[in-house]
Design a protein around this ligand. Structure first.
Ligand SMILES: *[C@@H]1O[C@H](CO)[C@@H](O)[C@H](O)[C@H]1NC(C)=O
Ligand SMILES: *[C@@H]1O[C@H](CO)[C@@H](O)[C@H](O)[C@H]1NC(C)=O
Ligand SMILES: *[C@@H]1O[C@H](CO)[C@@H](O)[C@H](O)[C@H]1NC(C)=O
Ligand SMILES: *[C@@H]1O[C@H](CO)[C@@H](O)[C@H](O)[C@H]1NC(C)=O
Ligand SMILES: *[C@@H]1O[C@H](CO)[C@@H](O)[C@H](O)[C@H]1NC(C)=O
Ligand SMILES: *[C@@H]1O[C@H](CO)[C@@H](O)[C@H](O)[C@H]1NC(C)=O
Ligand SMILES: *[C@@H]1O[C@H](CO)[C@@H](O)[C@H](O)[C@H]1NC(C)=O
Ligand SMILES: *[C@@H]1O[C@H](CO)[C@@H](O)[C@H](O)[C@H]1NC(C)=O
Ligand SMILES: *[C@@H]1O[C@H](CO)[C@@H](O)[C@H](O)[C@H]1NC(C)=O
Ligand SMILES: *[C@@H]1O[C@H](CO)[C@@H](O)[C@H](O)[C@H]1NC(C)=O
Ligand SMILES: *[C@@H]1O[C@H](CO)[C@@H](O)[C@H](O)[C@H]1NC(C)=O
Length: 861
C-alpha cells in the first residue's frame, strides 16, 4: 500500500489530543443532545476503580469523539464493536466478520478477477512476449505487464454493520466520568454519576457464545431505557428492516449493497426486574425499538449476527458462489444458545474464563511501572522517540495480542483492520493485502502462544486455493498447484488486479509462497502432525507445485540459474526477473517442503526430488551490489536514495531466514560476469545492514505508516542492534498511534485511517529483540536461540513466560541488569530430534538435542 489513496506529503503539526493532566480545567462539553457533560476540575486524575492494578488497560476521562482515534474495540472474531463510551446515550458501531459488499452477491458473474478460460492462449502469448522482452532487455526490465491484469470488478469491501443505540431518558450534569478497556478481561467499561445515581456500562464480545453483550446498571434504578439500531450513521449501508422478533428481541435484516449479501442481527434485551417491550415505528421501512421500563437496577442486550456468506461454497463444485443459507436460523440458534435464564454474571464469567485461556499462556514483564495517575491519551501524547516508556511499550505489546485474539478467532482471519471497520467503503477494502500486511498481523501469534491461526489457514484453503488453481491455469498455463497475487477479498480474488501502477501492486505471485511460511511455522512450533497432514502440507504442496513450474532458466544473465520472470518487489518497479524477494521466498518454500515431507505422509517422492533439484539450480536471491548493498534485483540497479516503505529484499532477514541464517554451503556460489563468488555470512549480513540503513527510518516520501517502522524495528533487532531497534520502535509509537492506541496510516489527518498491521507487528518486533530462533534450512541444522539479542537499556530487567519456539519448545526467560539469570526449555511430548544452540552475547552458553519432554534449564551466564 498505498494505491489510489491520498497520503500527506507535508506532515501537519501533531493533533492536539485531549490531555488529562491533573491540573486540566474542563470547560463544559456539549454531549449527546441536551445533556451537559462535565468532569470535576479539582479532582486528581487517577485510573478508575476497577482498572487493573497492573496497568493492563486503556483509560480516558472523556467520551470518544472520532472513531479511529478514540473509540475502544471489543470483538470475538465473529463480531466486533467500537465503543465511544457515551453516557445517557451510547452509540456502538458494529461489525460482522463476513459482511462484505461486492463479490457474487453483487455480480453473479464475479470470477475472482480472472481472465476467462478461453483467454488462456492469449495469456500464454502475452506472457511469453513479456518474458522475452525481459530476457532481451539490456537492463533486464520492462515498463509494464498490463495485458496480464484484470479489472477488479465486484471486488467489494469489508463494511460496517450499523450502530446499536442505547439511550437513557436522563438529563443533568455528568460527573466522575471514566471509560476504559480492560485488557485482562476484554471488557470496555464506562462509569459516571448523574442525577444522583452512579451508572456503569460494560461491553464485551464473547467467543464461546459468539455473542456480544452490553450491560448497564445504576445505583438509583434505570430510567426508561431504549435500544434501537441505526444504519443511517453507517455511510452507504442500505436501510435494513428492523422488526420485533418477539417482545424482547430486535431483528435487523438487510443487504450489504443493492444488490448485495444478506445479513441478519438479533439483539435480545433482558432486565432484572424491568419490563421489556418491543415496538415498531411506522415509516417507509420498519424500525423497531426496545424499551425497558419500571426502573430496574440493570438491563442488558446480547446481540448475534451472521450473513449468507459461506466459506465452504467458494470452489468450482459450488460455482464459486460463496452462497450459504439464509442466516436467520443460525443466528437464532446462537441467540438461544446464550441461555435466556442465565444471569448476566454467568455470561460475563464464561467470557472472562475463555479470554484468560486464549491470552494467558504467555506473559511478558519489561520491568515496567504502571502509571495509574495518567490517562492513556496523556501517556501517548507525552511519549518521545528514543526516550520511550517501558510501561507504554508493554501496553502496546499486550494490546497487539488483545487485538489479534479479539479479531482472528472467527471464521475469517484478521483483515487490514482486524474486524473493526466503518462504513461501506474501507481503505484498501479492509481486505487481505499479502505482501507484508497480512503476514505482519500474525507475527506474534506463534511465539506468544496465541491459538488464533485456524481461521487464517482455513481461509487460505477455501478461498485462495480453489480459484487460485484457475488463475495458475489461465494466466500462467500451469496446471498443478495454485497462485494468488497481492490483494485478496473473501470471494476468491486471485487475479492480477489492474489499476494505477498495476504491476507494482498486482504482479505478486509470491503472496501465497510467503503465507506458506506461516503454514510451515505453525507446524514447526506446534508439531501438530494431524493438522500438518490434513491442512498444512496440502497447502504447501499446492503452492510449491506452482512455483516449480514457474521457475525458468535465466536467459538474461545466462548463468544457468532458475529464476522468476516477470517479477517486481512488492509495490516497487522495475518489472524484471530473478527479484531478490521472490528468489529468497521460493528457496525458503522449497526448504519447508523438504523439512515437512517425512511428517506429511505423502509418498510422492518424485515431487520431493523435483523440489530438491530445482532448489539446487535456483538463484538464491543474494547478491552484493556496487555500493555494498544487498541487491533488490538481479541487475545491480538499486538506488542509494530509495527509501521505499517495503523492505522486500530483506525478507530473509526478518521475518524470513535466508539472510539471517545464511549458509554459504547451501546458498553460496554465484557466477557474476564469469567470475565465481562465494559470500560469507558476515558479508551478506553487512550488505543487508547497508540496505536497511539506506532504506531510511520509515518516513519515506511515499508513506509514513506504522507498519514500515515496525518492520524496520524487527530487522534492527535481528541485526542485534538495540539502539536502532529501540529508535524505530519508539519512533513508530511516537508517530503512528492515536489516543486509543490504534495504528494510524496517516497520523496527521484529522480523521485518520486505521490500519491494524502495526498494532499486530509491534509485539512481533518486540519479541525479536528479546528472544530469537529464526528458521533454518534443514532439520539437522542447529536452531540457534539467541537470548536478549537487542535488549534496550530501558528494559534491563524482565521476564518472558510461555514463549514458544520452533522445534516444539516452550521457553521461560528471566533477566536482570541486562543479562539473563535463568532460561528453561520444555520440549513437547512428541517431537523430531533437533540440535539446539543457546547463545547470549557472542557466546554459546548451551547446546543440546531435543527429545520428547526434555527440560533444560540454564542459570550460568
Ligand atoms: C470467451 O468466453 C466468453 C464466455 O465464457 C464468451 O462470452 C466470449 O465470447 C468468448 N470469447 C471468445 C473469443 O471465444
Ligand atoms: C501450456 O502448457 C502446455 C504444457 O506445458 C504446453 O503444451 C502448451 O503449449 C502451453 N500452452 C500455450 C498456449 O503455450
Ligand atoms: C423522558 O422523560 C421525560 C421527563 O420525565 C418525559 O416527559 C418523557 O416522556 C420521557 N421520554 C421517553 C421517551 O420516555
Ligand atoms: C430507527 O430509530 C432509531 C431511534 O429512534 C434512529 O436513531 C434510527 O436512525 C432509526 N433507524 C432507521 C434505519 O431509520
Ligand atoms: C424488507 O421489507 C421489504 C418489505 O416487506 C421487503 O421487500 C424486503 O425484502 C425486506 N428486506 C430484507 C432484507 O428482508
Ligand atoms: C486451538 O483452537 C482450535 C479452534 O480454533 C481448537 O480446536 C484447539 O483445540 C485449540 N488448541 C489448543 C491447544 O488450545
Ligand atoms: C535518487 O537519485 C536518483 C539518481 O541520482 C535521482 O534521479 C532520483 O530523483 C532520486 N530519488 C529521490 C527520491 O530522491
Ligand atoms: C562456498 O563456500 C563454502 C564454505 O565457505 C563451501 O562449503 C561451499 O561449497 C562454497 N560454495 C561454492 C558453490 O563454491
Ligand atoms: C558485468 O560486466 C559488465 C560489462 O563489463 C558491466 O557493465 C557490469 O556492471 C558487470 N556486472 C557486475 C555485476 O559486475
Ligand atoms: C527519519 O529520517 C528522516 C530522513 O532522514 C529524518 O529527517 C528524521 O529526522 C528521522 N526521524 C527519526 C525519528 O529518526
Ligand atoms: C547500530 O546501527 C547504527 C547505525 O548503523 C550504528 O551506528 C551502530 O554502531 C550500531 N550499533 C551496534 C551495536 O552495532
Amino acid at each position: 500500500m498505498p494505491e489510489g489513496l491520498q497520503f500527506p506529503e507535508v506532515p501537519e503539526p501533531r493533533l492536539p489530543y485531549i490531555s488529562a493532566a491533573s491540573d486540566f480545567c474542563w470547560s463544559l462539553i456539549m454531549w449527546t443532545g441536551s445533556t451537559l457533560f462535565a468532569a470535576l476540575a479539582s479532582v486528581a486524575v487517577a485510573a478508575p476503580a476497577g482498572f487493573p492494578a497492573s496497568g493492563n488497560g486503556l483509560w480516558y476521562t472523556t467520551p470518544g469523539a472520532i472513531w479511529s482515534l478514540n473509540y475502544l474495540p471489543v470483538g470475538n472474531g465473529y463480531l466486533a464493536a467500537m465503543t465511544p463510551g457515551g453516557t445517557v446515550q451510547e452509540i456502538t458501531q458494529l461489525n460482522i466478520e463476513s459482511l462484505w459488499a461486492g463479490g457474487p452477491f453483487q455480480d453473479p458473474t464475479y470470477n475472482g478477477g480472472n481472465k476467462l478460460p478461453n483467454q488462456t492462449q492469449e495469456m500464454a502469448v502475452a506472457m511469453e512476449q513479456y518474458r522475452q522482452a525481459i530476457w532481451k532487455s539490456s537492463t533486464g526490465d520492462i515498463d509494464n505487464i498490463d495485458d496480464l491484469t484484470t479489472d477488479p470488478g465486484a471486488y467489494g469491501s469489508y463494511i460496517g454493520a450499523g450502530y446499536l443505540i442505547s439511550t437513557l431518558n436522563l438529563t443533568g450534569q455528568v460527573t466522575n466520568y471514566a471509560r476504559w478497556l480492560d485488557l485482562d478481561q476484554a471488557i470496555a467499561h464506562v462509569t459516571w454519576t448523574q442525577a444522583g445515581s452512579a451508572f456503569t456500562r460494560e461491553t464485551f464480545c464473547s467467543h464461546p457464545t459468539q455473542a456480544c453483550s452490553q450491560h448497564i446498571s445504576s445505583t438509583g434504578g434505570l430510567l426508561p431505557l431504549t435500544f434501537a439500531f441505526s444504519s443511517s450513521l453507517e455511510d452507504g449501508l442500505p436501510t435494513p428492516n428492523i422488526t420485533c422478533l418477539d417482545s424482547s428481541t430486535l431483528r435487523v435484516r438487510g443487504f450489504a449493497g443493492i444488490p448485495g449479501m444478506l445479513y441478519e442481527m438479533l439483539g435480545r434485551v433482558r432486565s432484572t426486574g424491568g419490563t421489556v417491550s418491543c415496538a415498531v415505528a411506522q415509516g417507509p421501512t420498519p424500525n423497531a425499538t426496545i424499551a425497558v421500563t419500571g426502573r430496574p437496577s440493570d438491563a442488558w442486550i446480547s446481540w448475534v449476527g451472521g450473513t449468507e456468506f459461506a466459506l465452504d461454497a467458494g470452489d468450482a463444485a459450488h460455482g464459486f458462489s460463496f452462497q450459504g443459507p439464509d442466516p436467520h436460523a443460525a443466528v437464532l440458534a446462537l441467540l438461544e444458545g446464550t441461555p435466556s435464564t442465565a444471569a448476566y454474571t454467568d455470561l460475563r464469567a464464561a467470557h472472562l474464563a475463555d479470554f484468560a485461556t486464549v491470552v494467558g499462556g504467555f506473559t511478558l514483564d519489561l520491568g515496567q511501572t504502571a502509571q495509574l495517575g495518567t490517562s492513556t491519551d496523556a501517556l501517548i501524547n507525552a511519549y518521545e522517540t528514543d526516550t520511550g516508556n517501558p510501561y507504554v511499550e508493554w501496553l502496546f505489546f499486550n494490546y497487539g495480542r488483545y487485538l489479534l485474539a479479539s479479531s482472528a478467532r472467527g471464521d475469517l482471519p484478521a483483515n487490514l483492520q482486524g474486524k473493526w471497520a466503518l462504513d461501506v467503503s474501507n481503505p484498501w477494502s479492509g481486505d487481505y493485502h499479502s505482501n507484508i500486511n497480512l503476514q505482519m498481523n500474525y507475527w506474534s501469534a506463534e511465539m506468544s502462544n496465541l491459538n488464533v491461526t485456524s481461521s487464517l489457514f482455513t481461509y487460505i484453503e477455501k478461498t485462495w486455493a480453489p480459484r487460485g488453481a484457475e488463475t495458475a491455469q489461465i494466466l500462467y498455463n500451469i496446471s498443478r498447484g495454485w497462485v494468488t497475487h497481492d490483494e485478496m477479498n473473501i470471494f476468491g480474488h486471485t487475479g492480477m488486479k489492474s489499476g494505477a501502477n498495476s504491476a507494482e501492486w498486482a504482479d505478486y505471485p509470491e503472496s501465497s509462497a510467503w503465507m506458506m511460511v506461516h503454514v510451515w511455522d505453525h507446524f514447526d512450533y506446534t508439531n501438530d502432525i494431524a493438522w500438518w497432514q490434513a491442512q498444512g502440507w496440502p497447502l504447501l504442496k499446492g503452492v510449491a507445485s506452482f512455483h516449480l513450474d514457474k521457475l525458468l532458466l535465466d536467459l538474461n544473465s545466462n548463468d544457468g540459474t532458475l529464476v522468476t520472470n516477470p517479477c517486481n518487489s512488492p509495490e516497487q518497479v522495475p518489472i524484471t526477473f530473478g527479484c531478490a524477494h521472490a528468489q529468497q521466498l521460493i528457496w525458503q518454500l522449497f526448504n519447508a517442503v523438504e523439512k515437512g515431507f517425512a511428517a506429511s505422509g505423502d509418498t510422492d517422492t518424485a515431487f520431493l526430488d523435483e523440489v530438491l533439484t530445482k532448489r539446487a539450480a535456483m538463484d538464491k536471491g543474494l547478491r552484493i551490489g556496487w555500493w555494498g548493498q544487498l541487491q533488490e534485483w538481479k541487475w545491480d540497479q538499486d538506488m542509494q536514495n530509495d527509501t521505499h516503505r517495503h523492505l522486500s529484499h530483506l525478507i530473509g532477514l526478518y521475518p524470513g531466514y535466508a539472510i539471517a541464517n545464511y549458509e554459504s554451503s547451501l546458498q553460496g556460489g554465484l557466477i557474476v560476469n564469469g567470475s565465481h563468488l562465494n559470500y560469507t555470512k558476515e558479508q551478506v549480513i553487512e550488505a543487508a545492514t547497508i540496505s536497511l540503513i539506506h532504506r531510511g527510518n520509515g518516513t519515506g516520501p511515499d508513506a509514513d505508516s506504522g507498519w514500515e517502522k515496525a518492520w524496520r524495528a524487527a530487522c534492527w533487532a535481528q541485526l542485534q542492534n538495540s539502539t536502532e531497534f529501540y529508535h524505530e520502535l519508539t519512533y513508530a509509537i511516537f508517530e503512528n498511534f492515536g489516543p486509543n492506541l490504534f495504528s494510524l496510516y496517516d497520523p496527521f489527518d484529522a480523521d485518520p485511517i486505521f490500519q491494524i498491521d502495526a498494532n499486530l507487528g509491534i509485539p512481533g518486533a518486540m519479541l525479536n529483540a528479546l528472544l530469537q530462533a529464526p528458521d533454518v534450512a534443514s532439520l539437522t541444522t542447529p536452531i540457534v536461540v539467541t537470548l536478549l539479542p537487542a535488549l534496550p537499556s530501558q528494559w534491563s530487567s524482565g521476564a518472558i513466560n510461555g514463549a514458544r519456539i520452533r522445534g516444539g519448545m516452550t521457553v521461560n526467560l528471566e533477566w536482570k541488569a541486562g543479562k539473563p539469570t535463568s532460561v528453561s526449555f520444555d520440549v513437547a511430548a512428541s517431537v523430531v530430534a533437533r540440535p539446539v544452540q543457546v547463545v547470549f552475547g557472542k557466546t554459546v552458553v548451551a547446546s543440546f538435542t531435543t527429545s520428547p519432554a526434555l527440560r533444560k534449564t540454564i542459570t550460568n551466564f
